[in-house]
Design a protein around this ligand. Structure first.
Ligand code: C6P
Length: 418
């Protein structure tokens, strides 16, 4: 289909995702938990099966044909990822996901942090971008500071200007909050960080699949993201770092493939990115990830962004009709994504998840691995709907109808029988 921007195109695209064609509790599945993980198109699934059927071998080790083929396929994905974010292939470290990328980074940078140095995060971070820095701060005597959010659920830039100072060594924020959906002004915060010589780290776990991420344009020093949130397999992620900065990072996982030379007494390490990829990697995962990137490129990130903006506007318009529902996040689709965390007075988020599941609608309930943010907002938990391009306007209508009926259904208590 030529017009990759039309509603019809995106409705047809659903055929690429076999899992979407099923009933849950007697209703057509509406998968709206894409912030947790996305579904996989048949091309990704097939690429993994084909690899095992035809090409399976270890990488970087054998001299035989299969191993050389597997190595080429694996390294080719590194190039695809580099092109996807406008970087060089040497700057792409394959990891096991965003969390593992952050751990490799925080451990690797340890030697560059001294007592009294400051690490600036924001109040809307996922635990993956908090806990590893807390560990680093404890070890090195560094101090963590947090850019506050304002009442519109956006980062307070005036406060950011005050918090980031000569003492700041690292500024690490999420590009899109996995709770609020807020798109943060990455370029602006990066320039404040660089003014003081601090590293700028961007958590792209929630942004990479919804908008074009260009590391050169933003001038990021490091970014992290996961394949499974971009229609690829689980167990694969990326740590991007500028070449000279990756060279300065220490590896923290040791063993085969990350070395240059090993004796009984000491070892020297391979160059980046290989010094961070010890042991046999998730080869079939990386191959599937490559197929996911091809798939995204075929649709076009511009088309995806446009489609999701339309879904965002439609959702916010429709959901405003639901009584007693509060959304935690910006109300303009210009600086938010299709992640909508909400509560309806009197219904716990876990009950809300069960209520909607009874109608075939998959959402997430809880603290979404962002406990500090929930504590700040004085919320024990929230319900979260997260949409992507394969969701439809008709699905939004059904979700909103279910939300309108939620109180009535809740009071009937039928969901308790589940
Ligand atoms: N958020 C969610 O439902 P992993 O689990 O390593 O692939 O990604 C961690 C992570 C880091 N940063 C952000 C902003 C994230 O949203 C996530 C994962 C999922 O919101 C699972 S908790």
């Amino acid at each position: 289909m030529k017009n990759k921007n039309s509603d019809l195109f995106f409705k047809n695209i659903r055929k690429d995702f076999p899992i979407l064609d099923q009933k849950i509790n007697g209703h057509q599945l509406i998968y709206s938990d894409n912030g947790a993980t996305t579904q996989k198109p048949i091309k990704v699934i097939d690429s993994i099966c084909d690899f095992y059927k035809n090409d399976n071998s270890n990488v970087h080790r054998g001299i035989h044909t299969l191993s050389e083929r597997a190595t080429d396929m694996y390294e080719n994905v590194r190039i695809k990822v580099a092109n996807f974010i406008n970087s060089n292939k040497e700057e792409i470290v394959f990891t096991y996901g965003t969390t593992s990328s952050f751990n490799i980074l925080a451990k690797g940078i340890e030697d560059q942090i001294s007592e009294g140095d400051e690490i600036v995060l924001s109040q809307m971070e996922h635990h993956a971008n908090i806990v590893c820095w807390q560990e680093l701060a404890k070890k090195r005597g560094a101090i963590l500071k947090f850019i506050p959010i304002n009442k519109d659920f956006r980062l307070d830039l005036k406060e950011a200007e005050k918090i980031i100072t000569q003492k700041t060594k690292i500024v690490a924020i999420s590009h899109i909050s996995n709770v609020l959906g807020t798109i943060t002004p990455a370029k602006k915060i990066c320039s404040i960080a660089h003014k003081y010589g601090a590293y700028f780290v961007l958590d792209c776990a929630q942004s990479i699949v919804h908008m074009k991420v260009d590391v050169k344009e933003i001038d990021c020093d490091f970014i992290a993201f996961s394949s499974h949130k971009m229609f690829g397999p689980t167990g694969v992620g990326v740590l991007y770092g500028k070449s000279n900065l990756l060279e300065k990072l220490k590896p923290s996982i040791f063993g085969g493939d990350m070395i240059y030379e090993v004796s009984f007494t000491c070892s020297t390490y391979n160059k980046s990115p290989y010094k961070f990829e010890a042991g046999t990697p998730n080869i079939e995962g990386v191959i599937g990830f490559g197929a996911a990137i091809d798939y995204l490129n075929e649709i076009g990130m511009d088309n995806i962004e446009l489609r999701e903006k339309e879904l965002c506007e439609y959702f916010l318009g429709k959901v405003s009709e639901v009584k007693d529902l509060k959304i935690y996040g910006p109300n303009s689709c210009n600086d938010r994504s299709c992640i909508f965390s909400f509560n309806i007075d009197g219904i716990h988020s876990h009950d809300m998840s069960t209520l909607l599941d009874m109608k075939g609608i998959a959402i997430r309930g809880g603290h979404h691995c962002a406990m500090p943010l929930h504590t700040l907002l004085e919320l024990p938990s929230t319900s979260r709907i997260s949409l992507c391009f394969y969701n439809t306007f008709e699905e939004i209508d059904k979700i909103v109808l279910a939300l309108k009926n939620a109180k009535k259904d809740y009071e009937k208590g039928e969901f308790l029988l589940k």
